[in-house]
Write a protein of this length. Sequence first.
Length: 116
Amino acid sequence: MIHPGKICLAELPQVDGRKKKRPVLILSKLPDRDHWFVCGVSRKTYDLVFGFDEIISSEMEFCDRTGLKTSSSIKFGFVSYLEEGRIEGILGELPKEVYDLLIKRFLDHLSQNLNL
């Protein structure tokens, strides 16, 4: 069952307009819709926004629960929403405390930028 904190597989639009199947972190379900907010997960760990994106290292004790095959980065700058039917399968999940920390960081960033 899909719920926040799960890491799933889905086809996402890329910057160049093509679509690519990639892992996504499930963030939240849209109210009254069969859609989910997700963010992309990438094997590129060198292109991070410091203090915003997060590396899930293959050396972390919970990494095997994520279903990720290698160290990866959670890209909060790559947020999208998808119909549930486009989410192809569950790979794993983040521990609740890690998910909660990442969501807090994301929401803090959004709230700090309200007065721009």
